[in-house]
Design a binder for this molecule. Sequence first.
Ligand code: ADP
Length: 311
Amino acid sequence: MTQIKLFCPATIANLSCGFDVLGLCLDNAGDEMIVRKTEQKGVRITKIVGADLPMETEKNVSGVAALAMLEAYESHFNTIDFGFEIEIYKNIKAGSGIGSSAASSAGAVFGINELLGQPYSRKDLVQFAMQGEKLASGNAHADNVAPALLGGFTLVRSYAPLDIIRIDSPEELFATVVHPQIELKTSDARSVLKQTVSLKSAIMQWGNVGGLIAGLYTKDYDLIGRSLHDEIVEPLRSVLIPGFDLIKQTALENGALGSGISGSGPSIFALSRGKNTADQIAKAISEVYEKMNLPYEIHVSKINPDGVRVL
Ligand code: ADP
């Protein structure tokens, strides 16, 4: 095999009570990527369609993640006398809050791993994809690249050592994600956070994280709904997103189990049981942004159990 074509899924991180630790993988929103073996050594980005992103390997997250992986491969296994080129077909807008950079980082390392004969597991690949995230945000976080590579829900239990747990989710669980077309800088979304939390808030938060995980394992939709509550970050960040309270309220009135900020915003997600409810929520929240005259994009997707996949 000398070439592989991939679907690189969008992801929702900072899932309500799971700020910085819980994420999920979407099924029908994502980029495509072609990774090709070349005679020339190294990694080159040869084509980017659909977005204005840097072509230089060291400035594109897919290039940085690929280089991190090849460096580890050559030091652990053997040196290689060929290289790789990457074509990126972007559908996920950078800065949307649904893991645009993570899709590219995860795709690059997955593709190269396939072309090398799978020396690494999907879980092993997370550490390399995280290096792409470091380029995008200054922080090698795993809460988007883990669900992009592993599918389902993922929990980043710890970074030192890296401990990622993949969590199955009930089959009828659907996500509705709306992306209002405004720019919300991650740095601004970070600057409103407080560095300390009260014990009372922390207790509520970890109660809900435990409840959410238990609800996913036992397919208890009511428990999932009761647990989708963010006591700590959402109250501070939601003020930066136009219409957030109304969108959330509309989602809940239309049957959502819960709703919150996707990533660092401005996208807003709602989880629901069944596609009909997810579609109904999409219709109702679209009307809110139409009335506000705010352009938006909307996705309805089941949870993707597999992560990056070969097309
Ligand atoms: P979000 O998660 O909010 O969708 P990201 O955290 O993915 O957004 O941030 C995207 C940042 O990463 C932008 O500054 C963008 O220029 C940079 N970037 C570099 N390479 C890529 C790539 N291949 N795909 C997406 N973003 C990239």
